[in-house]
Ligand binder design. Structure first.
Ligand code: FPP
Length: 276
């Protein structure tokens, strides 16, 4: 199966209803998601937080499968931040690590069946060795799949990614005796963890918070942002499709001017500027 191939017949009836309203030629290439609200989902049900994470892992699987059915090439999920690692109770961090290992183990076959390739971004070398082993195992096993690339951001921080990129770029400059004032945006891009993928077209955040939380700060410069009140454990493929539908109603201008935004004045040099 080739990248971007469609398996629309495998969508649920609710998903298909929304999918049928989408413009196929304007599907995003890359969707990134800040998965938030696992703890609040559990709290609302008087459950322990870990049950929210466990249910959140189910959402990861289901949303990834929907992404693969609609031929989304890139899906990037913020699964564990550097700050989560430093600031959460050790017991919760340990649980998240065990959950990740178990997720990879028990979902490998489903990833294969859905032609999903798994990769990671972040300071993954600082994760426990047995977690890194399992991550490598899943990455190697799915490396030849050509459908959706699911990238998990693990022990990820956007500013530390930029620091890592600068360190690596500085080494290149030194080795090749390059001039610092020749550095371009493209050079920075080449040294980011995400050098191999396009920037996200759409960033989704669940649970209502209006923050970026240090997720892909360089890459989302022109990304459309969609925030939903829904907690991540309740987020499903149909909600991904709803976000894509909203995205398709946006006009992306990249700093240019859009339709209906006023007439362009050709003789601006003659216009008196009023500042008060
Ligand atoms: C935010 O919820 C979510 C996380 C800190 C981690 C995301 C983890 C998962 C979705 C589960 C495991 C993922 C994989 C890939 C197996 P929160 O705890 O910050 O929620 P709260 O803000 O309501 O407390």
């Amino acid at each position: 199966m080739e990248s971007g191939s469609l398996r629309i017949d495998e969508l649920s009836p609710e998903e298909r209803k929304i999918y049928n309203t989408l413009k196929p030629e304007q599907l995003p290439q890359h969707v990134a998601i800040i998965m938030d609200g696992n703890g609040r989902w559990a709290g609302q049900r008087s459950l322990k937080r870990f049950l929210g994470h466990q249910q959140g892992a189910k959402s990861v699987q289901l949303v990834t499968e929907t992404a693969s059915r609609i031929g989304l090439p890139w899906l990037t999920l913020y699964a564990f931040s550097l700050e989560n690692n430093l600031r959460r109770p050790r017991a919760e961090v340990n649980f998240l690590m065990r959950l990740l290992k178990s997720y990879l183990e028990s979902n490998l076959q489903r990833m294969m069946d859905n032609n999903v390739r798994i990769r990671y971004i972040g300071r993954t070398r600082d994760l426990p060795p047995e977690v890194q082993d399992k991550m490598r195992w899943a990455e190697d096993a799915t490396a030849r799949n050509t459908g959706t690339t699911l990238t998990l951001a693990l022990n990820y921080g956007g500013r530390s990614e930029i620091v890592d990129a600068f360190r690596s770029l500085a080494r290149e400059i030194e080795a090749k005796h390059l001039k610092a004032d020749r550095i371009t945006e493209e050079d920075v891009h080449r040294h980011l963890y995400t050098a191999h993928m396009p920037d996200p077209d759409l960033l989704i955040r669940t649970s209502g918070e209006m923050r970026i939380s240090n997720f892909l700060p360089w890459q989302i410069a022109y990304t459309e942002i969609f925030v939903t009140e829904r907690f991540w454990p309740d987020f499903r493929g149909q909600h991904l499709l709803e976000a894509i539908a909203a995205f398709q109603c946006r006009e992306r201008r990249y700093g240019g001017i859009g339709e209906g935004s006023g007439e362009v004045e050709e003789n601006v040099d003659q216009i008196r500027i009023a500042t008060s």
